[in-house]
Design a protein around this ligand. Structure first.
Ligand SMILES: [Zn+2]
Length: 370
């Protein structure tokens, strides 16, 4: 939109707020993938929340954990033999149905009782690769927990990879999913903080999350090692309740928008070492395209913007309208592929999903000669 267009719009807003609130939304085209009405109420648990419409167009990879392991005695089974792999798959298939109905594009790592590779490590890498290859907005790995020592244990947890600062967008998804599961499942225990790092379990975290280059979380909705919970998990109606909770969590995440940082200059990411070394990035708040009331005000938290080169924070300039950030690759950085990341948050405090800018610093002078 031009500056003139913005002024005109604001004047309209000042003169006739009620008119604009009603007619402005109608005049602006809605996002092409969003349905005009709420999703159909055909699911057992009742109608979906109105904001589930914002799932439309999202690309979601569902990973039902395990599979192809029925011949391993006692492997990932409850006290009477219920297999975790089967429960994970049932929940995932139900969730796929709900997400598809809401207009999301769903990619499954498996649809049958199979593994992607006989080698465990390769199996997990390939699962993450499904999300990477399909440019998904997120990877959700669906699991159920077990305790070898405490049959009473039964609580929900959601896991992210690495350090708490590494993957802020994964934390956004995890928070929504954790609260939705706790609300829906009514389990006997609740962790003080249900969002946990995979490094608490394994030194290098969970492979399926570690290999993901998109926001990725793993849910352990409840404990199949708990006899009462094993009984509940064997019931498809209860599985649907869990799928419904995951759906609600994902819908709430979608509602808050998925911000993006888009490289504007240099468009190909190649910075010439002897040139200006300047980089320009467009910040997309993930909300403006809805053209909802107030859409043309700033919806990015200014103080949330951080540009990092490795562990180093780079100074930047932020300009509103349009949301742009400028920064310089410092002169002491040698040619190569420095890891430059830009993070920011929108009004929902959702972080951008692709912080890595993919910058390459090449030898050469200001004229581009090399
Ligand atoms: Zn598992």
């Amino acid at each position: 939109m031009t500056a003139v267009g913005r002024i005109t719009r604001r004047r309209l807003l000042f003169l006739a707020p009620t008119f604009w609130a009603v007619s402005g939304c109608r005049r602006s085209a809605p996002p092409p993938a969003a349905p005009a009405t709420r999703p159909a109420a055909s699911l057992e648990a009742g109608p979906a929340a109105a904001y589930a419409r914002y799932l439309a167009g999202m690309r979601i990879c569902l990973d039902p954990g395990h599979g192809g392991d029925a011949d391993r005695p006692g492997y990932k089974r409850g006290p009477t033999g219920l297999r975790e792999a089967e429960v994970n798959l049932r929940v995932a298939l139900m969730l796929r149905e709900m997400l598809t109905e809401a207009g999301a594009a769903v990619f499954m790592t498996r649809e049958n009782d199979t593994a992607l590779s006989d080698a465990g490590a390769e199996d997990l890498r390939l699962r993450a690769e499904v999300a990477n290859r399909n440019d998904c907005d997120l990877l959700l790995s669906i699991h159920h927990n077990a305790s070898a020592t405490n049959p009473d244990a039964n609580f929900a947890s959601v896991w992210y990879h690495g350090d708490v600062d590494d993957n802020p967008a994964s934390l956004d998804v995890a928070r929504h999913l954790a609260v939705a599961l706790i609300d829906a499942l009514d389990l006997p225990q609740t962790l003080g903080c249900p969002v946990l790092s995979d490094e608490l379990i394994a030194r290098t975290g969970f492979a399926v999350l570690r290999h993901a280059r998109v926001p990725a979380v793993l849910t352990e909705a409840s404990f199949h090692s708990n006899p009462d919970e094993e009984r509940r998990l064997a019931d498809p109606v209860y599985n649907r309740r869990e799928a419904r909770a995951l759906f609600a969590g994902l819908a709430r995440y979608a509602y808050g928008g998925l911000p993006r940082a888009r490289l504007v200059a240099p468009a190909d990411g190649v910075v010439i070492a002897g040139g200006s070394r300047s980089v320009q990035v467009e910040l997309q708040d993930g909300l403006a395209q809805r053209r909802s009331w107030g859409w043309d005000r700033r919806q990015i938290l200014r103080d949330s913007i951080r540009v990092r080169l490795g562990d180093r924070v780079l100074p930047h300039v932020y300009e509103e309208q349009p949301d742009r950030v400028w920064f310089i690759i410092p002169p002491d950085v040698p040619p190569g592929r420095p890891r430059v990341r830009l993070q920011f948050q929108n009004v929902f405090k959702h972080s951008n999903t692709r912080p890595d800018l993919g910058i390459e610093l090449r030898e050469g002078g200001a004229g581009g000669a090399s």
